[in-house]
Design a binder for this molecule. Sequence first.
Ligand code: AVI
Length: 319
Amino acid sequence: MANAPVADRRLRLHEETVRGLQAEPKHLPTAWLYDERGSRLYAEITRLPAYYLPRRERELLRSYAPDIAARAQAETLVELGAGSATNTRVLLDALVYVGTLERFVPLDLNEEVLRESAPAIAAAYPGIAVEPLVGDFLDELAWLPAAGRRLVAFLGSTIGNLYPLQRRAFLRALAGVLGDGGAFVVGVDLVKDPRRLQAAYNDRGGVTEAFVRNALTAVNAELDATFEQRRFDFDARWDPAHDWMDIGLRARQAHTVSIPGLELEVSFEAGEQLRVEVSTKFRREAFDREFGLAGLRLDSWWTDPAGDFALVLALPAVP
Ligand code: AVI
């Protein structure tokens, strides 16, 4: 199930962790969120009433997956950050109906999650070869199978978890690998009333908080670090300057954390931020521009009546 060697991936993650903890504001790479426990907590988040994103996306897929499948005529469906691939099934159904699909390649950081979801999908779609890949979509685009017409899916607004420079590099790389006849479908959460965003990322039951705090637990386990949960508060707030939810922790008091696995000591001031992820919310014009600059053109942009979420089909721009 593996592609890029695991040791390389861990090394890259560790290097990014050092850079992030020395940056201003301090941050941890988002990948720390998605160990086995984190992936399960995220799956729980997707079922929270206030976390509207997956439901809006599913409604849009139910309406437009047939158009996407007819347009893409894909033999291979690749899903980046597939996780449990719940909404993907709507797309799979439409591709199977069109009759072109031969292969489904779910790519995810977490091997355990793929070990559960891939056999379940293989059982539900017996005519389709399911070929899971473990890895980070930021590094692994070159590993994607090249066979046949491809539809690459990036659902759940995970694109919003990339920083602008990462997103630019990712979109350029994707445009490069899509090739003639390839298509890209992406789910994107849209800018809306900040109160709804606050509610979506601050659930009363504390599932989102547990998901974010789990990043500290993961760093402690892998790098022998001394992060203590009680020394941090959970903090998720709307940042209108960047159009993103800024999600992470804040030090309750000044203290120092050792990370022997990175030969690093990190000092926090009282109130200092430790960002764990950003969740960008998009506007159509900016999105259009970014895709154009990357060599992709928007073929379709579908939204729900309230304008909460968009499902976007993009194709390589004609040179
Ligand atoms: C995976 N990703 C799209 C989620 C989001 O909404 O940005 C991760 C998440 N973080 C907190 N809640 C959900």
